[in-house]
Design a protein around this ligand. Structure first.
Ligand SMILES: Cc1ncc(C[n+]2csc(CCOP(=O)(O)OP(=O)(O)O)c2C)c(N)n1
Length: 931
């Protein structure tokens, strides 16, 4: 895994503290010499073999020795193992400097105009070289269209690449692109590149973080506002992956890489390297550039072992170790690179440390005693940050001045040269070597731990400063210093006026930049949406049992699983379905699917399952369809997001159904769902065992009473709480058509219950009303036998959703028995009703003379008397429609606010006041007050 180090570093690295009490130094020296002689004469492979053998002996003898997972603070790739840099260093450095400048100018200008806009410079300053090497040499754009990759239409990019590059791009024609996750606070740098590439105009840059005031938002034309961070929702033709919320990018990148394997293994889309018609098509990779602070997020870490277990060698992470986060150092008193090295190596990743730049090579070569190794070994990151923030003189005195050996190493260097000694993540040659090694590595995911400086080149005011994360004000001196530092071809006037700079179209820089992107298939980031229409079968062909249930008893979960089984059998749609579970398939009665469609496993099934003879046998298979994610809701939702965005990322529409305990959805991984919404996900989330009282004995932590509240806040999420199988079928059918046929960017949240009850057939003609959120289920008139007359009776309208509708129906019957006429409305979606009402209101406020009447008002119009709404969710859910129910009538809501309890459904419903008796009481109370 790690390339060999020069021998003197091995020598210096080996002594450790235990040797200070070495009882037999002579013997120790003999062993060391023997080992070094072996390595020198027979090479590293033989040396490793010998170490393995010794380790085996130590283990067998219970010696209690543990190998260290960390290596010295050096580059993993030895100088003589570096490939020749395949580009023009000078041009790439000039280009990089221009990106840095334009990014800086964009942020500073925005803040000069409006101090409140914010923005970041320091993160990109540290990541710029990491990005640029990727852009120039590694990040492959999608290029699977018939046409060769063209130049961007917008801007003034020159036409035509060299003949050699045209040929190269033909070879790249069928590549569907790498997936690149950009560190969010570095977005200005990505915009700066798109500007040089001609994909964004100067006017666009002038509207960084001004999405609403930009002309495009006002008039639909002209400059558009650039989003703060990568937000596909807001720049749908540009950003692919939202990364603004720390941790979501990392975990998402792993599941995307795994999903590409899934598509390959299921023979839906080959993402591996291969020959096609005699042309080599490169393997598609996922590249993720993330922050070292971001690695603290549980989501960042939680799927590392999955990536290793799945041998995801299509995944490369570049961790930008600038040693700082927002407030201060990531590990002031330790070394984050060492810590991450151990962590990733322990998880089974290939680790490439990219610590020092090329100008350190000479120092290491001259350091025959290992003084540098020893110095780094006791330099913690907080100190390293101080070295970054101070000048060459300080570094000479305080780092190289630590002892004679170090001082001697620095003797030939001026203070300025010391100041400019590069960290690995700022050295294009070293970065290229690391990326090339990562791309060539097989059998494991790779992480590159790139040592950088936060605010690199931002001068005395920014580089390495504790406050640099949010620095966006530069005075004239700082700007001139920056110009000089990066040799920018700008006059003082251009600098102080923060002019954007773009070289002439025929300049070597621009030619070079375009040619390199042409070779890699075009420009990125770029989000595309064209994909095939997947036909959805007629609803009767798979859901007749639910539509005409005829009073059959079942739960809506059972009905859903049966419906899913039917859909999976459809020839066109079936293969596109991705059932996802987080270790709860048996809870939801899905075990029958194990055998029918198999559980995806990248290695098939290497064991005879205990239940092999059973029809429900646990079957893992290479082409298995179910994604069984184990107990990781964060993983399962990332997996769902990968499938739900396949239509865009892979131009292959897939339809994920992730079914889970509803409590562990929006509450547990709400932010990940929000990110999926940003990414315009299309798919179904099924919140099963839902409702605070419908899931009986499980108690407080399991009983969900809030998911619909949160779901309602996500604009492209359509949330439904159907009571009956027929309603559920209509909703799923409609959702599939919206997503697969009409290709709308929506996803559906549907709650399912585990309570068995008689399922009525869906009344004819109500399907459209089910989708809009409410239909009249039935009327319950006073029973004449009891001496009541319909004419003289009082009236109520009862609304209910999900399993509580059964309580509402019982209540209606009880009321009828007491001489009160009750009309029952099944509310399938409180949030859709509320949105419809809000839309009417908005139209009215906008002066529309015919804003329309809210749908819920229309539905309730013909009913009379007070309206009582009951759900298994907190009252705020039915409260959402209060403003839109018919005026002048009492509207009373019943819900399940408070903590859940373990008990029977009946006891729970009584406790929360959502049982039939409570509904009756509420109706009588309302009638008493308002008659
Ligand atoms: C979930 C989440 N929590 C907090 C933040 C606020 N935040 C933005 S950047 C940042 C520090 C990032 O540090 P690091 O990952 O080291 O990146 P750097 O900018 O230093 O390169 C924080 C805490 C966020 N964006 N997302």
């Amino acid at each position: 895994m790690n390339a060999p180090l020069p021998l003197q570093h091995l020598l210096s690295a080996m002594p450790n503290e235990s040797l200070t009490i070495d009882p037999d130094p002579q013997e120790t020296a003999e062993w060391r010499e023997a080992f070094l002689a072996l390595a020198a004469s027979q090479g590293p492979a033989r040396a490793r073999q010998m170490l393995d053998e010794l380790a085996r002996l130590a283990r067998a003898g219970r010696i209690g020795w543990q190998p260290e997972l960390s290596t010295p603070y050096f580059n993993t790739i030895a100088v003589d193992a570096q490939p020749v840099f395949p580009g023009d260093l000078a041009i790439e450095e000039r280009l990089g400097s221009l990106m840095r400048w334009n990014a800086l100018a964009m942020v500073v200008r925005a803040n000069q105009a409006y101090g409140e806009l914010g923005g970041h410079i320091a993160s990109y300053a540290s990541a710029a070289d990491l990005f640029e090497v990727g852009f120039n040499h590694f990040f492959h754009a999608r290029n699977d269209s018939a046409a060769a990759p063209g130049r961007p239409e917008q801007g003034s990019a020159p036409a035509g690449g060299s003949a050699a590059h045209e040929v190269a791009s033909v070879g790249a024609n069928r590549h569907r692109g790498d997936l690149v996750f950009f560190q969010p606070h570095s977005s200005p740098g990505v915009y700066a590149r798109a500007y040089l590439e001609g994909r964004l105009a100067e006017q666009d840059l002038m509207h960084f973080r001004q999405e609403l005031t930009a002309p495009a938002a006002q008039t639909g034309q002209g400059a558009r506002g650039l989003t703060s961070y990568p937000h596909p929702y807001l720049m749908p033709d540009f950003w692919q992956f939202p990364t603004g919320s720390m941790g979501i990018g990392p975990i998402s990148s792993i599941y995307h890489a795994r999903f590409m394997r899934y598509l390959t293994h299921r023979k839906l889309l080959n993402c591996e390297g291969r020959k096609e018609n005699g042309i080599h098509v490169d393997k598609r990779r996922v590249w993720g550039v993330f922050g070292d602070g971001e690695m603290d997020e549980p989501e960042s870490m939680s799927a590392l072992t999955l990536a290793a277990r799945e041998r995801l060698d299509n995944l490369v992470w570049v961790v930008n170790c600038n040693l700082q986060r927002l407030d201060g150092p990531v590990r002031g008193n330790g070394r984050i690179i060492d810590e991450l090295e151990k962590l990733f190596a322990g998880a089974g990743w290939n680790v490439i440390k990219l610590v020092w730049g090329s100008d350190w090579d000479g120092l290491f070569a001259r350091d025959t005693t290992g003084a540098l190794t020893r110095a780094f070994a006791h330099t913690v990151d907080g100190q390293m940050q101080t070295f970054a923030a101070k000048d060459g003189r300080f570094n000479r005195d305080n780092f190289f001045g630590q002892n004679e050996e170090l001082a001697r190493l620095a003797q030939g260097l001026t203070d300025e040269q010391i100041d400019r000694l590069k960290r690995g993540g700022h050295d294009l040659v070293k970065i290229h070597a690391a990326y090339a090694a990562a791309a060539a590595h097989t059998g494991q995911p790779t992480v590159i731990l790139a040592h950088t400086k936060k605010g690199y080149g931002m001068g005395s005011g920014g580089q390495g400063k504790m406050t640099t994360h949010s620095q966006k004000k530069f005075d004239e001196t700082d700007l001139i210093e920056f110009r000089n530092r990066f040799n920018l071809p700008l006059s003082d006037e251009q600098v102080t006026s923060l002019s954007f700079y773009k070289p002439a179209a025929d300049s070597p820089e621009m030619q070079y930049m375009h040619e390199h992107r042409q070779r890699l298939g075009g420009y990125l980031p770029k989000r595309e949406t064209a994909c095939d229409v997947v036909p959805v079968p007629a609803i009767d062909s798979y859901a007749a049992f639910a539509l005409a249930a005829n009073g059959k008893e079942m739960s809506t979960t059972m009905a859903f699983v049966r419906l899913l089984g039917g859909l999976l059998k459809d020839k066109a749609l079936g293969p596109r379905i991705v059932p996802i579970v987080a270790d709860e398939a048996r809870t939801f009665g899905m075990a029958n699917l194990f055998k029918q469609i198999g559980i995806y496993s990248s290695v098939g099934q290497r064991y005879a399952p205990e239940d092999i003879g059973s029809v429900l046998s646990y079957r893992e298979a290479l082409d298995g369809q179910i994604l069984e994610e184990g107990i990781s809701e964060a993983g399962a939702i990332a997996s769902w997001t990968a499938a739900a965005t396949s239509y865009s990322v892979h131009a292959l529409a897939m339809l994920p159904f992730y079914i889970y305990y509803s409590m562990f959805g929006f509450q547990r991984v709400g932010d990940a769902i929000w990110a999926a919404a940003d990414q315009r996900a299309r798919g179904f989330l099924l919140g099963a065992t839902s409702g605070r009282t419908t899931l009986g004995g499980e108690g407080l932590q399991h009983q969900d009473g809030t998911s619909h509240l949160v779901a309602a806040t996500i604009p492209n999420c359509r949330a439904y709480d159907p009571a009956f199988a027929g309603e559920m079928a209509v909703i799923i059918d409609h959702g599939m058509r919206e997503m697969l046929v009409e290709q709308k960017d929506v996803f559906y949240y549907v709650t399912l219950m585990n309570e068995n009850y008689a399922q009525p057939s869906l009344p004819a003609g109500v399907a459209a009303e089910v989708i809009r959120g409410c239909y009249k289920f039935n009327s319950y008139l006073p029973i004449p036998d009891n001496g009541y007359s319909a004419k003289t009776s009082k009236n109520v309208a009862l609304l209910g959703s999900g399993a509580i509708l059964t309580e509402v129906v019982k209540a209606a019957q009880l009321l009828a028995a007491q001489g009160i006429a009750a009309e029952v409305f099944s509310v399938t979606s409180w949030s859709e009703l509320a949105r419809d009402g809000q839309a009417c209101e908005q139209r009215a406020l906008a002066g529309d003379p015919a804003p329309g009447q809210p749908f819920i008002a229309q539905q309730l119009q013909a009913s009379q008397g007070p309206m009582i709404a009951a759900t298994d969710y907190v009252r705020a859910v039915p409260e959402g429609i209060r403003a839109f129910v018919p005026a002048g009538r009492r509207y009373l809501t019943l819900g399940t606010d408070g903590f859940g309890r373990s008990d029977t459904r009946a006891a729970l419903r009584e406790h929360f006041g959502v049982d039939a008796q409570s509904i009756v009481r509420a109706a009588l109370h309302a009638l008493a007050r308002h008659g």
